[in-house]
Design a binder for this molecule. Sequence first.
Ligand code: FE2
Length: 194
Amino acid sequence: MAFTLPDLPYAMDALAPHMSKETLEFHYGKHHKTYVDKLNGLAEGTPYAGMKLEEVITTSREKKDGKIFNNAAQIWNHTFFWNGLTPKGGTPSSSLETKLSGSFGSVDDFKKQFTDTAVNTFGSGWAWLVNDGGTLKLTSTSNAETPLGSGQTPLLTCDVWEHAYYIDYRNARPKFLEAFWNLVNWEQIEKNLG
Ligand code: FE2
């Protein structure tokens, strides 16, 4: 069974003007798709071809199969990223607000600290809100690395690879983060919290 590129939960132009159709055409249509194509090529004829994506990630991490890991983790991270965005935007429910305030001070403090984590992630990587044994925490990972399988449950992520923002914001990662907050799917964070 081949790995597939999951459908986006919205149209390619639905996140504009915060994230343009052209960005999605490249970021989803080319970058995300390339990770899928590469993983299919690398996994062919190996035990990885019969595994679920999550299993590929944990197994290749353990076996230090770097190329497999990088492509598999990037597929998973991108799908998680897209699912964490919505054209509807909005604000957190009062119960999520209480949880975020308990961990970070207030929703605004959470947004500020998450933004700092994202902006200060060195080079290519990801900023994450995770559930770490009942405590909400912020973390950042380099390149394709993901909290998945590390004992932390991912709740929200922002892709801070330059390919996520160079079309709309050139090299201005902070401007991309400002736009990101218009698109965050707060309901999805609650679903991920379980
Ligand atoms: Fe990306």
